[in-house]
Design a protein around this ligand. Structure first.
Ligand code: HDD
Length: 732
């Protein structure tokens, strides 16, 4: 048969670009489209545009070789491949990105002149990258770790990057300690163990000698470190920033992101299982949600603090180990971020995006937080190695939506073709173009803060209270959340080999909460150190007096508890995009599958039918029900809830199917909602838990499918029934 000849393609680049209509369209997606290629229907050519006739065989002397050096097509292909990898990020290497848009609810001009926060009609294009911190690029999403929450706004005044985390405080107060912190948490340098885990000696050695980390340790050991989804975690700018209005008046500000799906976590045992079953769990969840149209949404929150209130609080606003309790300064929700498009290419966009908290716009400025100040240096510096030179801002994902004119020139991989003779200023030959911009016309002017000080390597005493807010956080947790913190610390310190490090940590924990420290000590088989042996701040300069560096008195601005700090108080009003498993087998009662499935899907859930084998199950009425996964490919840890359908034969099969019983046991262990048709109760009877529970609102059995669906939906909205954990009914 004659091979179909490819038609000669004579299209120019411009013609190729027209094929791409990015959805939804905005200034940024249109700009990206100019750099995007889609090979559908196109012919293959080399990087110089030469049509390729044979991509299967290298050029040889005869059909048994040797290969010829002349083969420039082979050389080009192999050379490019050889240089495909770039260094991963030194922290936050593992991440996932998404495009979106941001809209402000009301004109914020009373506090800031930033244009994207002044105009309620403006839809600002956004790119977001979520990440873990410690693991390598290929590490699991489910590590116990802080999550990065970096947002870039492509505004008409240039890029504004809010490079935050999912926790509102940080481990250290001064950027000079950042390399130490990261060296301590990364895999140990002799054997590069462990990957993406803080449960090892070097991390806890450093932490136990760094009491300023106490508050952040409470967060990092809490459920916040195990998000159910990137779509269900808060974000924080961490530092105090400045907002500045048209009159030049400044206010302090803390930035927040509040997810509309609430803040939810998985259990630690579950996280470890997910890491094996689907290490891309969070990445997949984000991708699938966006593909299916369940766009992740977050509200931007701001806590605005008038300049005159700078010294009103019992903590220093410049100290990144402290938060501003919402009870003291409420969070105003001022706009919405919607993630509505997956990247076209992971490397080009998610990997090459170069965030920097120094990317600000007029109306937003910095404070003297010493952690923030050090970051201002680090982010551009790291891109020079990671992206290979000074032209990384020209990479499509990094370009602002406004054209760039300045006198920077040349360097590796320069893309812009700058016309004209002058690349200096002042100049007469080029009429002084490009021109500097007066402040009134939008030129950026740093906040005119008055500074009168000596040069010193010191921290103010207002930075020395390390335990008050750690205790506030612990006090604010629900009982299950407190238990999780105890378990997390017992796990992590249990993995520490050096007993002296464990003991020193107990000394720090005792200064946060005696009960917490006692429980961890019990799990570790150790005693709490005596009150006069508690470690103070050992991170003292060579000539410093340790007594000067002790933690100060407990100060709480009168607060004992802050409800906003507990995930137990989050919104629980939706099952949108939750993943629900329906267990069934041949002989199913078709109605008990499809009615419940439809009821769940109507509420926006994603439902999968799971059976002993893939393909179809044949229902009692001979109807074919499509199976999404078998027990071999599915696992309870990848779902939020599980339902066992009815049908005599199906139920008999499931009762005898160890994988089905395990599925239910595990779902129960991880505190998930479980439902069963009344006919399927015998499958529940085969589990460890059925005979031992009373009044568990998360286990629903009914023959009335309408009632069952309604109760099941309500139970799934609760996310988890954590109180089940303590009796430990399910073996490992
Ligand atoms: Fe950082 C990346 C967040 C302190 C130095 N950081 C990075 C990312 C996030 C944060 C989300 C990943 C951005 C992306 O997705 O590409 N970092 C934080 C927060 C901090 C913080 C919330 C404390 C409040 N970081 C911090 C300090 C330093 C750095 C104190 C250095 C002095 N961070 C970096 C870096 C990274 C980075 C080395 C690695 C890759 C990159 O910047 O682009 O420059």
């Amino acid at each position: 048969m004659e091979k179909k000849k490819p038609s000669p393609k004579m299209g120019t680049e411009a013609a190729i670009d027209k094929k791409l209509a990015p959805q939804p369209e905005n200034d940024k997606t249109t700009q990206l489209a100019a750099h995007t290629r889609d090979a559908a229907g196109e012919n293959m050519n080399t990087n110089t545009g030469l049509p390729i006739n044979d991509d299967q065989n290298s050029l040889k002397a005869g059909d048994r070789g040797p290969s010829l050096l002349e083969d420039f097509i082979l050389r080009e292909k192999i050379t490019h491949f050889d240089h495909e990898r770039i260094p991963e990020r030194v922290v936050h290497a593992r991440g996932s990105g998404a495009h979106g848009v941001f809209k402000v609810y009301e004109d914020l001009s009373p506090v800031t002149k930033a244009k994207f926060l002044n105009d309620t009609a403006r839809e600002t294009p956004v790119f977001v990258r979520f990440s873990t911190v410690a693991g390598s690029r290929g590490s699991t999403d489910l590590a116990r770790d802080v999550r990065g929450f970096a947002v870039r706004f492509y505004t008409p005044e240039g890029n504004f990057d809010l490079v935050g985390n999912n926790m509102p405080v940080f481990f250290i107060q001064d950027a000079i300690k950042f390399p130490d912190l990261i060296h301590a948490v990364k895999p140990e340098p002799d054997n590069e163990i462990p990957q993406a885990a803080s449960a090892h000696d070097t991390f806890w050695d450093f932490i136990s000698l760094t009491p300023e980390s106490a508050h952040m340790i409470m967060w990092a050991m809490s459920d916040r470190a195990l998000p159910r989804s990137y779509r269900m975690m808060e974000g924080f700018g961490v530092h105090t920033f400045r907002l500045i209005n048209e009159e030049g008046k400044a206010s302090f500000v803390k930035f927040h992101w509040k997810p509309l799906l609430g803040v939810h976590a998985v259990a630690w045992d579950e996280a470890q299982n997910i890491s094996g079953k689907d290490p891309d769990f969070h990445r997949r969840d984000l991708w699938d949600a966006i593909e299916s149209g369940a766009y992740p949404e977050y509200e931007l929150g701001i806590q605005v603090i008038p300049e005159e209130d700078e010294f009103k609080y019992d903590f220093d606003l410049l100290d990144s180990t402290k938060l501003v309790p919402e009870e003291l300064v409420p969070v105003q929700r001022v706009g919405k971020l919607t993630l509505n498009r997956n990247p076209d290419n992971f490397f080009a966009e998610t990997e090459q995006v170069a965030f920097h908290l120094g990317h600000v716009v007029p109306g937003i400025d910095f404070t003297n937080d010493p952690l923030l100040q050090g970051r201002l240096f680090s982010y551009t510096d790291t891109q020079l190695t990671r992206l290979g030179g000074p032209n990384f801002q020209e990479i499509p994902i990094n370009r602002p939506i406004v054209p760039v004119y300045n006198n920077q020139r040349d360097g590796f991989m320069r893309q812009t073709i700058n016309r004209g003779k002058t690349s200096y200023n002042p100049n007469m030959l080029g009429n002084n173009d490009p021109q500097q911009v007066p402040e009134a016309a939008g030129g950026f002017v740093s906040y005119r803060e008055r500074i009168e000080a000596r040069k010193l390597r010191l921290r103010n005493k207002s930075f020395f209270d390390h335990f008050t807010q750690a205790a506030l956080f612990f006090n604010s947790q629900s009982d299950p959340e407190k238990n999780h913190i105890v378990d997390a610390l017992t796990f992590e310190l249990g993995k520490v080999k050096t007993v002296a490090i464990r003991e020193r940590m107990l000394g720090l924990l005792a200064q946060i909460d005696k009960g917490l420290a006692t429980q961890v000590a019990y799990g570790l088989g150790l005693h709490l150190p005596a009150a006069d042996k508690l470690p103070g701040n050992l991170n003292v300069p060579a000539d410093g007096d340790p007594a000067e560096y002790q933690s100060g008195p407990i100060k709480t601005n009168g607060l004992i508890k802050s409800d906003a700090l507990s995930m137990a108080n989050t919104i629980k009003d939706s099952i949108k995009s939750r993943k629900i498993a329906i267990l069934t087998a041949d002989g199913a009662d078709a109605g008990s599958v499809t009615n419940v499935k439809t009821a769940l899907e109507n509420e926006g859930a994603v439902v999968e039918v799971i059976a002993p084998r893939q393909g179809f199950v044949i229902a009692e009425n001979d109807e074919q029900i499509e199976v999404d996964q078998s027990f071999l490919t599915a696992a309870s840890v990848l779902f939020d809830a599980v339902y066992v359908a009815g049908g005599t034969n199906a139920v008999a099969t499931l009762e005898a199917e160890a994988n089905a019983v395990h599925f239910l046991n595990e779902a129960f262990k991880h505190c998930k909602a479980i439902a069963a048709h009344a006919d399927a109760e015998q499958v529940l009877d085969a589990t460890y838990f059925s005979k031992k529970i009373e009044n568990d609102e998360g286990v629903i059995v009914s023959g009335d499918l309408k009632q069952l669906s309604a109760d099941f939906i309500n139970a799934i909205k609760q996310h988890r029934f954590w109180e089940r954990e303590k009796p430990r009914l399910i073996p490992a």
